[in-house]
Design a protein around this ligand. Structure first.
Ligand SMILES: Cc1cc2nc3c(=O)[nH]c(=O)nc-3n(C[C@H](O)[C@H](O)[C@H](O)COP(=O)(O)OP(=O)(O)OC[C@H]3O[C@@H](n4cnc5c(N)ncnc54)[C@H](O)[C@@H]3O)c2cc1C
Length: 426
C-alpha cells in the first residue's frame, strides 16, 4: 500500500479515504478569520465559522491532518483528561460540572459530525479503562461512584479482574470499567472528513502554506512565503507543532512525542483478543492504549520520548510494550510504526485563550484531543461571534508556564516525566 505524499508512514495514511489536494496560497488574500493549522482544532473552527457565514482562510504548513490529528490512537474519551474528583477539588463543584458537560458535548459533537457529514472513519462504540495496579482499584471505585451519583453517568460497567481479562485477552490488569458512549475511530479519515465538510461550508483551505510571521495592527496580517492574509481575527491551531509563532502559547503548551504500531491483520485471532472490539487505555502515567482496526489489526500505542527525535526503530520501540500485555502476539508481523507530536499543559487541561484582540489560541489537549480539539473549534467559532460564555469556561482555567521557559523546559520536563514513568513500574 502506498502512503499519500508527505504524510507520516502510518496505517492511517495507507488506508485514508477521500484524500484531496489543496493548493498553496498564491498571492494576497483577505478573510474575516485566518486559521493557522489544519488539524481537528483548525478544521473544526473553519467548519463552524463557515457555517455561521463568516469568510475563512485556513493555512496548513504540510497536509491537512498531517499532525497529531492524522496519527493518533483514535480513542474518543469522555469528559476531561482530569478526573472529576480532581476538577472538583481544584475548581469547586459548579465549575467541574461545566467542564464535565463540555467534555460530554465534545464526545457527542464528534459523533454528530461523523453522521451529519457521512465521514467514513469506522466509528466503534465502547472503551475500557484498565487498572494496572491493585492499589488503584479503590480510587477507581470512588471516581465511578462520583460519576454515577454526582453526574448521572449511566453507561459504566465495572469489570472484575476476570472480566477484564476476558474482554481484553490479557491477564495483567486488576480490574477496570467499560463505557458504552466512548469509543474509537480512524483519526486521519475523521480529519479528512472535517476538511471536506469545512470546504463544502465555504472555508478556503490551503496546504503547503506555513505562517511565518503575524503582524498585529488595525487588521491582523499573517505572512507566508507565497502571500499575505489580512483578517479581523487569527486563530493559532498548531498544537505541538508550533515553532516560534507565539511565545505565550509555547511557554504553556509542551510538545511530546508518542508512538504507535499496527500489526498485520489478525483475522480470527482478533476475536480472542478484544471480543467486544472496544478501545482500551490503561492507568499508566505513560498510557498504553490499543484497539482493533476495522480490518482486525492490533493498533497499539505506548512509549514516549521527550527529546527532539523519534527512535530509529519505532516498531521495535513500541513492540516491547505490546508484548508485555500480549506475549501471544510475539509471532505477529508489525507492518507499521509511526510517531506523532501531541502537546500537554502543566495541569493537563487545554490552553484556550484570547491572547489579544484579534488573536486566539487553542491547544495542549494532553492526549485527549479528538473530542476536545473538535469542541475547541466550535467554542472558538462561538467566541469570535461574540458568544464568549462557554469558551470562557476553558479560558479561565489556570495555565502556568512550564518551568525553564522555551529553552530549558525540556530538561526539567524530561526529569519529571522520567520520574513518573519510573513510578509506573514500582
Ligand atoms: C501518537 C498520538 C496518539 C494520540 N492518541 C490520542 C487518542 O487516542 N485520543 C485522543 O483524543 N487524542 C489523542 N492524541 C492527541 C490528539 O491527536 C491531539 O490532541 C489533536 O489531534 C490535536 O489537534 P490539533 O488540530 O490541535 O493539532 P494537530 O493535529 O497537531 O495539527 C496542528 C497543525 O498545525 C500545522 N502547523 C504548525 N505550525 C504551522 C504554521 N506555522 N503554519 C501553518 N500550519 C502550521 C501542523 O503542520 C499541523 O498539521 C494523540 C496524539 C498523538 C501524537
Amino acid at each position: 500500500m502506498s502512503h499519500p505524499e508527505n504524510h507520516a508512514p502510518s496505517y492511517y495514511a495507507a488506508t485514508a479515504k477521500g484524500f484531496e489536494s489543496f493548493p498553496a496560497l498564491d498571492g494576497d488574500a483577505t478573510a474575516d478569520i485566518c486559521i493557522i493549522g489544519g488539524g481537528y482544532t483548525g478544521l473544526s473552527a473553519a467548519l463552524h465559522l463557515a457555517e455561521r457565514g463568516r469568510s475563512v482562510i485556513l493555512i496548513e504548513a504540510n497536509r491537512l491532518g498531517w499532525g497529531a490529528s492524522g496519527r493518533n490512537g483514535g480513542q474518543l474519551h469522555s469528559a476531561q483528561r482530569r478526573e472529576q474528583s480532581t476538577l472538583e477539588s481544584w475548581f469547586g463543584k459548579a465549575e467541574a460540572h461545566r467542564l464535565f458537560d463540555l467534555g460530554e458535548e465534545a464526545k457527542a459533537l464528534v459523533k454528530t459530525l461523523i453522521s451529519k457529514h457521512h465521514i467514513p472513519c469506522d466509528w466503534q462504540d465502547g472503551l475500557i479503562h484498565a487498572i494496572h495496579k491493585e492499589r488503584y482499584i479503590d480510587e477507581m471505585q470512588h471516581e465511578i461512584d462520583l460519576l454515577q451519583n454526582g453526574y448521572g453517568v449511566e453507561d459504566i460497567t465495572v469489570l472484575s479482574k476476570d472480566e477484564i481479562a476476558a474482554r481484553l485477552g490479557t491477564s495483567v490488569y486488576y480490574g477496570g470499567w467499560r463505557e458504552q458512549s466512548a469509543g474509537h475511530l480512524h483519526p486521519l479519515n475523521y480529519a479528512l472528513g472535517l476538511a471536506k465538510a469545512a470546504k463544502n461550508a465555504g472555508a478556503k483551505l490551503y496546504e503547503g502554506t506555513r505562517a511565518l510571521r503575524m503582524i498585529d495592527g488595525k487588521k491582523q496580517r499573517v505572512e507566508t512565503a507565497t502571500g499575505t492574509i489580512t483578517a479581523d481575527t487569527v486563530i493559532l491551531a498548531c498544537n505541538g507543532y508550533m515553532h516560534g509563532l507565539d511565545p505565550t502559547t509555547e511557554a504553556r503548551v509542551m510538545p511530546l512525542h508518542n508512538f504507535i504500531l499496527a500489526t498485520e491483520p489478525l483475522g480470527e485471532r482478533a476475536k480472542a483478543l478484544i471480543p467486544g472490539r472496544e478501545a482500551a487505555a490503561d492507568s499508566r502515567f505513560v498510557v498504553y492504549y490499543w484497539r482493533l482496526s476495522a480490518d482486525n489489526r492490533m493498533i497499539f500505542g505506548g512509549g514516549e520520548t521527550y527529546g527532539r527525535h523519534f527512535p530509529a526503530d519505532i516498531k521495535g520501540f513500541v513492540r516491547k510494550h505490546l508484548l508485555k500485555l500480549y506475549p501471544q502476539l510475539s509471532d505477529v508481523r508489525i507492518e507499521y510504526g509511526w510517531g506523532g507530536t501531541l502537546a500537554v499543559t502543566v495541569k493537563r487541561l487545554p490552553f484556550m485563550r484570547r491572547l489579544r484582540p484579534g488573536l486566539y489560541t487553542s491547544g495542549g489537549y494532553s492526549g485527549q484531543g479528538i473530542g476536545t480539539a473538535t469542541m475547541a473549534g466550535k467554542l472558538l467559532a462561538e467566541a469570535i461571534s461574540g458568544e464568549q460564555e462557554r469558551f470562557d469556561v476553558f479560558a479561565r482555567l489556570p495555565a502556568p508556564a512550564f518551568p525553564g521557559g522555551k529553552l530549558l523546559r525540556y530538561p526539567s520536563m524530561v526529569l519529571a516525566m522520567t520520574w513518573y514513568a519510573l513510578r509506573d513500574r514500582l
